[in-house]
Design a protein around this ligand. Structure first.
Ligand code: URA
Length: 241
């Protein structure tokens, strides 16, 4: 791989900045200064340093974000702030994107990555990856709500939803719902189909991984190795239609 691509994929330097750093003698390959930004490097075996610091190559990067309300699940938007604005600068330059969507008015756990294959698999309806949402609603859920969701509700436009598990609060003014698919505004529309209205919605778990209580809305942190193994296992698992 070319040295400038190596650096741009780490998010540390753009290609242009790599060329400048090379000219200044700031980059060493196995202890020797590099003279061209297009020199070939092997991330597995070469020791690359930038201004004396070793550079660790990461093929892909994974972050968990506690998405706050008011942010759009996109990398760009003309009107509203986007979730990738909340990443550290170096990761933003790497080109991470949100794995799936939460509405602007929904908060909660969101994976941001540049691993397109993993993200695609996690979102595939065939994998049936579980997402748990905490919601509050404006009027009590009807007594048959649990049964209706489990049987698979049909939305106002005739769209059939997969079975969903509802754990309603005692006062039935909210609860937890587990989905294995990701239809547009699905929780809000399911609750509307039950005759109520969602007033607050948060994703509290993704693929069995809970929203980290240490993350306040707007904060993110790298996914741990253990969590990544869980995500990979979830992405590899197929479920019945
Ligand atoms: N269901 C919704 O209604 N909104 C979300 O953001 C996610 C699930």
């Amino acid at each position: 791989m070319r040295l400038d691509r190596f650096f741009s994929s780490t998010g540390l330097l753009t290609r242009r900045e790599t060329a400048v750093a090379v000219r200044r003698g700031e980059i060493l390959q196995n202890g020797r200064p590099v003279f061209r930004p297009d020199v070939q490097v092997d991330p597995a075996t070469d020791r690359i340093t930038l201004r004396g610091e070793p550079v660790v190559y990461r093929e892909f990067v994974y972050f968990f974000l506690h998405k706050p309300t008011g942010y759009v699940s996109a990398t760009e938007d003309g009107r509203f702030p986007v979730v990738t604005d909340l990443l550290p600068e170096a990761e933003r330059r790497r080109g991470l994107f949100p794995c799936g969507r939460l509405d602007k008015d929904t908060s909660g756990l969101m994976l941001l990555t540049d691993d397109g294959a993993l993200c695609h698999a996690l979102l595939s309806p065939r994998r049936g990856v579980e997402k748990v949402y905490r919601f509050v609603c404006a009027s009590p859920l009807p007594p048959e709500a649990e049964r209706s969701l489990l049987a698979g509700l049909t939305l106002e436009n005739g769209e059939a939803c997969r079975a969903a598990v509802l754990r309603a609060d005692e006062d039935r003014l909210g609860g937890y719902v587990t989905l294995t698919e990701g239809k547009y505004h699905e929780v809000r529309r399911l609750v509307a189909a039950l005759g109520s209205r969602v007033t607050s919605l948060t994703r509290v778990s993704f693929a069995g991984i809970p929203l980290d209580p240490a993350l306040s809305p707007g904060e993110c942190r790298p996914v741990t190795g253990e969590e990544l193994a869980i995500l990979r296992a979830a992405a590899g698992k197929e479920t019945e239609k």
